[in-house]
Ligand binder design. Structure first.
Ligand SMILES: Nc1ncnc2c1ncn2[C@@H]1O[C@H](COP(=O)(O)OP(=O)(O)OP(=O)(O)O)[C@@H](O)[C@H]1O
Length: 270
């Protein structure tokens, strides 16, 4: 495909998230200022920046929890500006890790089986009139949940109540929930918060495997620079409501102008 008169390749279809000139003000404060950035399909894109840079506000506008004052959010070629999170969920954009979502009195497996919200068994009329359809759908969902458990190597805790899982296992389970609906993009909020090093490594490996083996795209907001360095390429840097740089983490760390002007300290310490 070409972009018409200039004859250049049209790469827009490779952008799964395209944020165009988005702004958000809170009273007199401009949290995000005419900011444009994008997430390439198949990438693990990181978003970093100092406190108050506007990262969460930007992320919230992509995830549908805050509507922008101006600008557009395009998801997979569709203008989704101002859409609600549940509408974005339906078209394949999921956000995770912000809060623990598990149902603590259900097992890990049952938690996964709960995810597709439109199981025919949930509707009384179809349960009554179409029992065979309900059963076959349940078998399908259970098989998928077992595959996900297998992929994440959670077999040993599949019948454990989710409330009894460790913090890291709960996060793995939440990652698994995104796999139940075949998300196109997963927005990851603070993956590392409250997770010990060993489980974090496990979590990071699974994110990498989902990306490489199953083609998931991730958009990650994270304060742990080591994790960002391990997982993300490219990394987008925001400061004062604007995007100020984008590139591999090694380039970001090696750019004294970015480190000094916007962080004021070596980037390792951010
Ligand atoms: N709901 C709100 N009401 C008023 N001001 C807000 C609101 N949300 C964010 N802000 C302000 O907008 C600016 C950007 O905040 P934001 O949380 O987006 O930054 P951030 O880069 O995510 O920071 P941090 O890394 O500390 O979470 C800050 O000055 C913040 O105080």
């Amino acid at each position: 495909m070409t972009s018409g008169t200039r004859g250049l390749p049209d790469l827009s279809s490779d952008l799964v998230i395209d944020v165009r000139n988005v702004s958000k003000r809170f009273g007199g404060l401009t949290a995000v200022n005419n900011c444009s950035l994008s997430v390439q399909r198949g990438s693990i894109t990181g978003l970093i920046g100092p406190n108050g840079a506007g990262k969460s506000t930007l992320f919230n506008m992509v995830a549908g929890t805050i509507a922008p004052d101006s600008g557009q959010v395009i998801f997979d070629g569709q203008d989704v500006t101002g859409w609600q999170p549940h509408q974005l969920f339906r078209i394949g954009m999921l956000r995770t890790f912000q809060i623990a979502h598990e149902f603590s009195q259900m097992t890990a497996l049952e938690n996964l089986m709960m995810v597709p919200g439109d199981q025919p068994g949930e509707h009384l009329s179809s349960t009554w009139f179409r029992p065979r359809l309900v059963r076959s759908r349940e078998v399908e969902v259970r098989k998928k949940a077992l595959d996900v458990i297998d992929f994440l190597k959670l077999g040993h805790v599949r019948n454990e109540l989710a409330g009894n899982l460790s913090g890291g296992q709960k996060k793995l389970l939440e990652l698994g929930r995104t796999m139940m609906v075949d998300a196109k993009v997963v927005l990851l909020d603070e993956v590392a918060a409250g997770v010990n090093k060993t489980l974090l490594n496990d979590l990071a490996s699974n994110i990498e495997r989902m990306n490489r083996e199953l083609d998931y795209t991730f958009f990650v907001i994270e304060h742990d620079m080591d994790l960002i360095g391990r997982l993300c390429d490219p990394v987008i840097v925001m400061a004062q409501g604007e995007k100020i740089a984008e590139g591999p983490m090694a380039d970001i760390r090696a750019n004294p102008a970015i480190v000094e002007a916007y962080f004021g300290t070596p980037v390792e310490a951010v």
